[in-house]
Structures are given as C-alpha cells and as structure tokens.
Design a protein around this ligand. Sequence first.
Ligand code: PGA
Length: 253
Amino acid sequence: MAGPKPLIAGNWKMNGRLADATKLANTVSAFVRALPSTSADVLVCPPFPYLAPVAQALAGSRVRLGAQDCHAEAAGAFTGDVSADMLKDSGCSFVIVGHSERRALHGETDAVVQAKANAVLRAGMTAILCVGETLAERDEGRTIPVVASQLVGSLPANANSENLVVAYEPVWAIGTGRTPTVAQVGEVHGAIRAGLSKKFSDGAKMRILYGGSVNGLNALELLAIANVDGALVGGASLRADAFETIVKAAPRR
Ligand code: PGA
C-alpha cells in the first residue's frame, strides 16, 4: 500500500540573515515550481523574524511555511514568546514542536510539548511533533520505550492525518553526520506507526518523518524505508542544491 504523500521540511534553525532567507526561499520556490505535482510536499521553517518576508517570497508557490516553535497559550504576559495564532497570521501552516534542541536547551517536557501541539491544532495549523532517543538511551536498548513514552506524553488528543506529523529524530544523529541504519530507522518508524494506528482512526495515513543528518547522499536510501513519509532536514536545508536533491529523492505519489 502506498503511504501518504511525502513531506520534506527544512528547519533553518537560527541561521542566516534576512537576505539569505529571502534568497533561499526564492531558490526553493523556483525549483519546486519546476517539479511535477506528484513530487513531495515542501516546507521551510525560517526563524521568527523572517517568517513574513519569506511568506512574501513564497507567494503563489506551493512551498509551505512553518515555524520552529510556539507558546502554548493564546496570549498574555509571556515576554519573548510567540503564539500559534500569531504564526498563522504570519503565513504559517505548520509549527515544529518538541524539537530536541527545545527539549534539551529550554527544558521542555512532554507536557509542555503536548500543550504547544494542542495550541497549533487550535489555531488550525499542522504540528510537527519531534521525538527521539539520546545515544545513552539507544546504547541501553531503550529506544523504543523512550520514543513510545514521548509520544504518549506529548501527542495531542484531537490529532488526525491532516493536523499532525510525527518526526523521529534520534538526538545523536542531529547535526552530527551520523545516521541510524536502515533497519534501525525501520524499526522505530514501524513502532511509531503501530502506536499512531492504535490511538487514531487514521493513524495509518499520518506522516512520520525521519530527521537527523539527512543529506543529498543518504536521502534516497532513508526515504525508501517503510513508514518513512518524508524528512525533517536541518543543515542540508540551508543549501538549495542539497535540499533540491532531497526533495527529488522522495517517492512520487
Ligand atoms: P540536521 O538537523 O539535518 O542538521 O541533522 C535535523 C533537525 O534538527 O531537524
């Protein structure tokens, strides 16, 4: 059975300046325009201050815009934070929540991540919920239970295949150039699929992305694994040529 249409998402993190962001958005928009409609869905997630100018650069393109985080509350005294509704106003249709850099560097717990995912759904956008084990957890043979418990703790209740995407990102693979084996990715994605199918009526159609050192050379192999419905790409998404290679490596649907 063919899975859902793949999604290739670029997470630009805290990189580049305004001119870089608009240039990259224009280049991505141009290469996506030349692709057939059966090629993967494409998303870029720039830093907050560049959302509006990137939205402008992407006007009329099928490249979607996403944010890298949001606050769980709709409004209030939360200095420095940004609400899901504000992101929607800025042109976003996706928001990444629970990225391991947020979990590790900002102390975000599963409960916080779940509240953020709920806020994204309430605002009418799609949450990309990230989960993944540390190297110590993998070495202790705890990968599957760790990922399962992150999912139990952070999945929003009212999710469906339109408003939720799960991203499996082993912490030790992010930005390191190391990737799990095909068998390891397949095992975790299979377990996530089983969990989603048990919890949600359309869990079989939910997209499960792989993330962590995806590049132009390994994308074809990673994107061909069962239950891998796309990629969340960090470093390589900042280079238009590498990002284009990854988008083209996704199966057509
Ligand atoms: P990377 O980052 O592709 O640079 O490893 C992936 C991510 O953090 O989403």
